[in-house]
Structures are given as structure tokens and as C-alpha cells.
Design a protein around this ligand. Structure first.
Ligand SMILES: Cc1cc2nc3c(=O)[nH]c(=O)nc-3n(C[C@H](O)[C@H](O)[C@H](O)COP(=O)(O)OP(=O)(O)OC[C@H]3O[C@@H](n4cnc5c(N)ncnc54)[C@H](O)[C@@H]3O)c2cc1C
Length: 520
């Protein structure tokens, strides 16, 4: 795999860590932590060397003096995916997870260094074959395909065996370290991995945020930091759509761009720091407005009663209405382009369908990974829908652009794509296709609890005859981000709306009998 740089800790950072942790030694061959462990400490190396190996003993990388071990699961508490073996006599500082989390909240530069390294390492681990979870199930099994999507959204490293399990229903999910789960729910997998918060069957909160994309996380950070007891429920993966963006170039304050994973991982850490409780995966299935408290029902018989609710459920990708699409999804047709997909497509022909910025970003990412990429879109000129800088990037990385092109049929066998036919009749050889066709709002679960526009987006403000700009047709229930009718579908807007909605929540709560003053 392409191992990310392993940055060095400065002497003063090592001194800070030494104050907090314990200095220890280990001999050659000692195992510091292994695949399947539930937790491990942060380890900063003073002298010696450690090799990181996969479950089969293949070496991934080595770390020496002033380097540190670990990746995202150290902070999230997720099961360990790799083993750390001492290769030269070791003197190191070990800081337990809780202590490390507190230190990262306090120490900005250290937090930047550790967090960005952990995120880069997770991205790299996703490209290592045979690492992480193993899933066994045929691509004809809808439950298997849903589970694969779930793993991808949560950026979990996994290996897939496309076959029917020997006994029982598909999929079988093998956890790092060995245990098998048979036809589990996504929640069961996450909880078995040690992540995902268990909610009590009935919870209460001042503010319930539904959806943990940029809007929901923005609301969580501002809600919790301003003294509201804030619970965030998320059905799939903390971070939302933004979490799947390869590089967000236009987010204020990041002139070199920032990956969606990094931006949203930082936001989740920040929300937790202020005391917000992100709970995932919990899908909201019904909203029952009430007087003083609104109740949101969740899958698996949970419910939350909250004095105010912010709906931030965003939108989902549109699928192409062509025969047999489902047979290819997850095998050769995708709706996001991350490190595993870039690796899969290297030196193959890939089609990216869509004229927006997300299609442009995916095309550039795949081309940089070595794929021969053609971007297909419906309009006469890509500049009508895509930012100029991305059009220039497409040229720079040799992406072929086909204007006025729409796919009419897919050809292949057993989920492996061989070609597509365009509406004009032309056949183009593609082994992989990526769709970026816009989105539909995730609002079906709301029924008629709040007013929506003709496309299903939630109406707010004067359109909903509400008192506040982001308030829905029901007082005390607000909407923010992509799910809101008329919103600008951008990260910064979503974050801003999430933050702004919290201000309206305060005004709503102040107007009701129970007044609470925000700490700003
Ligand atoms: C590939 C890609 C690249 C992009 N690049 C850029 C860019 O460069 N710059 C930019 O500004 N914007 C970009 N965007 C757009 C940006 O990501 C979105 O505008 C932003 O994520 C919207 O945030 P949101 O919180 O409103 O919704 P989302 O990010 O969609 O988050 C909504 C969350 O709600 C959850 N949810 C849905 N239904 C339920 C339910 N019933 N119960 C619980 N949870 C639920 C979803 O799982 C999701 O996590 C990009 C988008 C994509 C897909």
C-alpha cells in the first residue's frame, strides 16, 4: 500500500506526552497490540522500532524514534485492524485513550498532527487487501450489497468474498480477530466493533439533531457548546455526503482543500468535545410533533423526546433508470469514489456520469489513480454545471469529456461491466461506472409531519408560514442543509445553517416556559 508519511513528534510534544503517560520498554518480538484487540494506548517511540503487520503477518510499515503508532480506531474505540510487533528494542511512552483524547482537545498543534496522520493511515489501510472485516455473500443478495455500502460509507477496511455462505443467510461478517456475525444489522456490526453508541430505548434531550452531515454536525457543535443537551442520530456514517468527498476545495480557511473525511472527523471530535452525543447507526423512521416535546422514533424500537428538533437528513444520490443496474452496483457501479475504488479501477476504463462538481472531483481522483476516465454528461457545455477550476483539472489529468451523452444500457455478466450503450447507439467499453446524478431529499420518513415542497424538500420560514427563517411548519422543528427547500447545496452553507438553526432553537425555547440562556 502507499503508506502515508509518518511525521515526527517534537521534543516538547514528547515531553508533554511523557508527563501524561508511562515510559515503558519492550523486547524484540513483543506484541504491543494485535488484530481484534478492543483498545490500545497511544504509543510514542523514544528508541527502537516497531513493525505494523496485517492479520497474516505481512508487514505494512515500520515506525522508529519520535514516531507514533495508531490510526483512527485509537480515538473511536473501534476494534484494532493491525498488529504492532517490536523489531528493535523499544523504549516508548504509552498514553491511555481517555488521557490522549483529553490532551488532543487541549493541544491544537498536537491534535492537528495526530488527527491528520490517523486519517491518512485509515485511508491507506482501506487499500490493503485482506485487512479488516471479511464479508461473505453473493452480489445477488441485497443485504450483502447494503452491508458493503455501509462499510464503504463508514470507511471500514474490508475484504469481500462474492459467494453464498456455507450455512445460514448472507451476509456473514467476520470481525477482525475471528468472530462471525450471521446476517447482522449494520448497528450490530458497529457495536461488535466497539463503535456506535447504545441508546436507551427512550431518551430525552433539549435538542435532537437528525442526520450527522455538515449541517447536523454544525448544529451539534453550536448546540452543545451553547449549553443545550444535544443528541445527534445518524443512520449511516457520521460525516454525511461531505465525508465521501475526495477533496473539498472551496471550504473557507483551507486554501489547499481538505478531504471530506478529515473535515468531518474533526467536526465529530469537536462536537464530542463540547458534550454532544453522536449516536450511529440509528435511522429516524417517524416524527410525532407534540406540545413542548417532539418525539422521533428510531429503528429497532428506540425513541427520543426533545424540546427542539433540527432535521438535517440531507439528500441521496439518484440512480439511473436502466435495466439490471442493481446487478452491477457495488461490483462495477459506484456512487462514490474513494481509495478502494481508485485502486480497483487503476489501468481500467472508467466512466463517470454527471456534470456537477462531485462528478468532476471523482473523475480527477480516479484519473490520478491511473484509470482511463471518460466523463459523460447531458449538456452541451460542461461549464454550465461544473466549476472552471475542475474543468481545467479534467484537462490536466487527461479525462476525456463527452458532452450530450446519456447511458441507455449496461452490458456485462455476473455484475462485471464490459460496456455501455449511449442513447445515440454508440457502444463504449467501460469496466467501471460512477454515477453523480444529483440527489433526492431523505424526507420520506417524515410523512406529512412537516410541510415539504413538490420535490420533497422541507419548507421553512415564510414558505412554511413559520416565525423563524429555518423553522418548519411545526414550531420547534427546524431544517438545515441540503434537506431544506431552496438551500444552496454546499458544505459551508450546510454548516452555517446548522449553526444558525441553533440560534432559532434558543429563541424557541426562550419563548416557551422553560427559559435557558446560551453561554456564548
Ligand atoms: C462526492 C461529493 C463531493 C462534494 N464536494 C463538495 C465540495 O467540494 N464543496 C462543497 O461545498 N460541497 C460539496 N459537496 C456537497 C456537500 O457535501 C453537501 O452539500 C453537504 O454534505 C450537505 O450537508 P448536509 O448535512 O445537509 O447533508 P448530508 O451531508 O447529506 O448529511 C445528511 C446525513 O443524514 C443522514 N440521514 C438521512 N436520513 C436519515 C434518517 N432517517 N435518520 C438518521 N440519519 C439520516 C445521512 O446518512 C447523512 O449522513 C459534495 C458532495 C458529494 C457527494
Amino acid at each position: 500500500m502507499a503508506t502515508p508519511d509518518s511525521p515526527m513528534l517534537s521534543d516538547s510534544q514528547l515531553a508533554t506526552l511523557a508527563e501524561l503517560g508511562d515510559e515503558q520498554t519492550a523486547d524484540v518480538g513483543d506484541v504491543l497490540y494485535r488484530v481484534g484487540d478492543q483498545r490500545y494506548p497511544f504509543i510514542a517511540i523514544l528508541e527502537g522500532e516497531v513493525a505494523i503487520v496485517d492479520g497474516a503477518g505481512h508487514e505494512i510499515v515500520r515506525h522508529g524514534p519520535s514516531r507514533f503508532l495508531g490510526e483512527l480506531n485509537l480515538l473511536s474505540g473501534q476494534t484494532v485492524f493491525v498488529t504492532a510487533v517490536v523489531t528493535q528494542p523499544l523504549r516508548y511512552i504509552a498514553v491511555d485513550r481517555d488521557g490522549m483524547r483529553e490532551l488532543l482537545f487541549e493541544d491544537g498543534p498536537l491534535s492537528d498532527l495526530v488527527l491528520s496522520t490517523f486519517i491518512a493511515r485509515r485511508e491507506a489501510l482501506q487499500t490493503v487487501a485482506g485487512l479488516g472485516l471479511q464479508i461473505v455473500g453473493p452480489h445477488a443478495s441485497a443485504a450483502t450489497m447494503r452491508m458493503l455500502d455501509f462499510f464503504r460509507s463508514n470507511r471500514l477496511p474490508f475484504t469481500w468474498q462474492d459467494e453464498v455462505p456455507v450455512d445460514g443467510d448472507a451476509p456473514v461478517v467476520r470481525l477482525p480477530g475471528g468472530a462471525d456475525l450471521r446476517a447482522p444489522s449494520p448497528g450490530e456490526v458497529l457495536r461488535a466493533l466497539g463503535i456506535g453508541r447504545e441508546l436507551a430505548p427512550r431518551e430525552q434531550a433539549d435538542l435532537l439533531v437528525v442526520g450527522a452531515g455538515p449541517a447536523g454536525l454544525g448544529a451539534a457543535v453550536y448546540g452543545a457548546s451553547e449549553g443545550l443537551e444535544t443528541l445527534v442520530v445518524e443512520s449511516t456514517a457520521l460525516g454525511g455526503q461531505a465525508g465521501s468527498s475526495r477533496r473539498i476545495e472551496n471550504y473557507l480557511g483551507f486554501p489547499a482543500g481538505i478531504t471530506g473525511t478529515e473535515l468531518t472527523s474533526r467536526a465529530v471530535t469537536q462536537a464530542r468535545k463540547f458534550g454532544a452525543r453522536p449516536a450511529s447507526p440509528y435511522r429516524a423512521v417517524a416524527l410525532e410533533p407534540g406540545d413542548g416535546h417532539h418525539v422521533v422514533r428510531l429503528e429497532e424500537d428506540h425513541e427520543v423526546a426533545a424540546r427542539a428538533v433540527i432535521l438535517a437528513t440531507g439528500a441521496e444520490y439518484r440512480r439511473l433508470p436502466v435495466d439490471g443496474l442493481a446487478d452491477y452496483e457495488g461490483l462495477s457501479v459506484f456512487y462514490a469514489a474513494g481509495p478502494p475504488e481508485a485502486q480497483l479501477c487503476g489501468a481500467s476504463r472508467a466512466g463517470v456520469v454527471g456534470g456537477g462538481n462531485s462528478a468532476g472531483q471523482a473523475a480527477v481522483w480516479l484519473a490520478r489513480g491511473g484509470a482511463l476516465v471518460t466523463l459523460l454528461h447531458r449538456r452541451a457545455d460542461l461549464r454550465e454545471t461544473m466549476s472552471d477550476y475542475l474543468v481545467r483539472e479534467l484537462e490536466r489529468y487527461g479525462v476525456a469529456v463527452r458532452d450530450r451523452s446519456e447511458i441507455a444500457a449496461l452490458h456485462g455478466a455476473d455484475g462485471h461491466l464490459e460496456a455501455v450503450t449511449l442513447k445515440g447507439g454508440e457502444r463504449m467499453p467501460f469496466s467501471f461506472l460512477f454515477f453523480f446524478l444529483g440527489a433526492r431529499p431523505c424526507t420520506e420518513w417524515l410523512g406529512d409531519a412537516v410541510d415539504r415542497d413538490e420535490n420533497g424538500f422541507i419548507l421553512t420560514g415564510t414558505d412554511a408560514h413559520a416565525r423563524q427563517l429555518l423553522e418548519t411548519s411545526v414550531p420547534g422543528i427546524f431544517a438545515a442543509g441540503d434537506v431544506r427547500s431552496g438551500s444552496t447545496k454546499r458544505c459551508a452553507t450546510a454548516v452555517g445553517e446548522g449553526a444558525m438553526a441553533v440560534q432559532f432553537v434558543h429563541e424557541h425555547l426562550s419563548a416557551s416556559a422553560d427559559v435557558r440562556t446560551p453561554v456564548i
